[in-house]
Design a binder for this molecule. Structure first.
Ligand SMILES: [Zn+2]
Length: 412
């Protein structure tokens, strides 16, 4: 059953679970709430660990840069309708719609030799695009979003190896969220319009062949999209299937013969000559916003234990147990769990109803008897109920697939 039939909508779930919201005053720009920030940070943490492990250098390039930079990159010609402009009284400025020119400026700071390559620059680039109201769709297509971008500068010899590494990274990252069903689209030239494309014919043939070889060697399902390539290079898009059977375009890899030339990007090769590197642009999540929207729909708001903004909610049955509830909270927090005590003056049954609608993993119940014996009772969101056990017993065996200890270790 797809999400439309099941009425799964990340915008509705985001409001219900108190993750993020949208306001008329800021069309297409999300407001994040504390729990939404936790999820966003969770995506960033996974992303950053993976990039550190794989020898990327992280940079942050400015959001506001002079318009002449965008003229040089060609974005002002091709992209101006989607760009936001401003001025400081002296120069015309633009909010970046992409992070590529910033990464190129950074690469060019110092002369590079073949020994410095590949240069892998990654960036959580906060970009703005003037998406028209009809095209906007919550987090899935916003005006303000953070692309998990990377720009890889390499020689022709290195390109296949780099593309293989990108594929591995994308699959590792996405599989950690339970996505395993992928297919790829390779955008190739329209061979009847060869004059339209930039770069040597031999280079196009080589790279188009490499993309196909990678699909075959990794035993991946793919389709060739003839005539879909941009004028500056072939590309690869990863599509995934979520738990509701929806297909989402996620990671993308774009080979670029254009920007290195426009910006006179080079390195000194083994023969001591100046050579233009190949530039690969790529994103794994796509954007933090879009991927979070996909995850909210994929999990239907029932996040795995390790990803849950609140892992244990503690509900004292009445006021007399408030301090005992705080004791249990502090024990769990010391172990690194995320805990919230529901000490509002509302009925206990309302606390239980609120717990189920929050979709959080566990509700720890502390009443008079639990307090006297130094024990706890708990309910899990899947319906498991255990009465008067030691806290350590809950941590040993949660009784459902969201095992607390798994979550605890996964947080490192
Ligand atoms: Zn780029």
């Amino acid at each position: 059953m797809d999400s439309y039939v099941k009425n799964i909508d990340h915008r509705r779930l985001g409001e219900e679970l108190d993750l993020y919201s949208f306001y008329e005053e800021a069309p297409g720009c999300p407001f994040y709430h504390p729990k939404g920030i936790f999820l966003r940070e969770y995506l960033i943490r996974r992303w950053r660990l993976l990039h550190q492990k794989n020898n990327y250098k992280e940079i942050i390039s400015p959001q506001l840069m002079k318009e002449e930079l965008w003229e040089k990159s060609g974005h002002s010609d091709l992209f101006s309708e989607l760009m936001f402009y401003s001025s400081d009284g002296e120069s015309k400025l633009a909010l970046k719609p992409m992070s590529c020119p910033g990464a190129i400026l950074f690469y060019k700071r110092k002369l590079k030799s073949y020994k410095d390559l590949p240069v892998r620059l990654c960036e959580l680039g906060h970009v703005h695009r003037n998406e028209p109201s009809g095209a906007r769709n919550g987090l899935l297509r916003a005006r303000s979003f953070v692309q998990d971008d990377a720009h890889i500068f390499c020689s022709e010899k290195m390109v296949k190896d780099e593309l293989q590494k990108i594929l591995n990274l994308a699959r590792e990252l996405l599989a950690s969220f339970g996505f395993k069903d992928f297919y790829f689209e390779i955008s190739l030239r329209d061979y009847s319009k060869q004059g339209k494309y930039l770069g040597k014919d031999s280079m196009w043939i080589k790279l188009e062949n490499i993309l196909v070889e990678l699909m075959e060697e990794n035993d991946l399902s793919y389709v060739k999209k003839h005539g879909e390539a941009k004028f500056y290079g072939p590309s690869l898009d990863l599509h995934l299937k979520d738990s509701n059977g929806n297909n989402w375009q996620c990671s993308s890899v774009q080979i670029d013969f254009n920007l290195p030339k426009r910006f006179d990007v080079s390195f000194i090769n083994e023969k001591g000559e100046k050579e233009i590197p190949i530039l690969i642009h790529r994103a794994l999540y796509g954007s933090l916003e879009r991927f979070l929207g996909i995850l909210v729909e994929h999990y239907e708001g029932v996040f795995p234990f390790a990803m849950s903004p609140i892992q244990f909610r503690i509900a004292p049955i009445n006021q007399e147990q408030h301090s005992y509830a705080r004791e249990v909270e502090s024990k769990l927090e010391k172990m690194g769990f995320r805990v919230e005590v529901d000490d509002r003056s509302i009925s206990f049954s309302k606390k239980v109803r609120n717990f189920y609608s929050s979709k959080e993993p566990y509700l720890i119940i502390v009443g008079k008897s639990e307090m006297e014996k130094g024990l706890i009772s708990f309910r899990s969101r899947s319906g498991a109920l255990k009465k008067e056990i030691d806290l350590s017993e809950l941590l040993k065996d949660g009784g459902d697939s969201n095992h607390p200890l798994f979550g605890y270790h996964d947080e490192s």
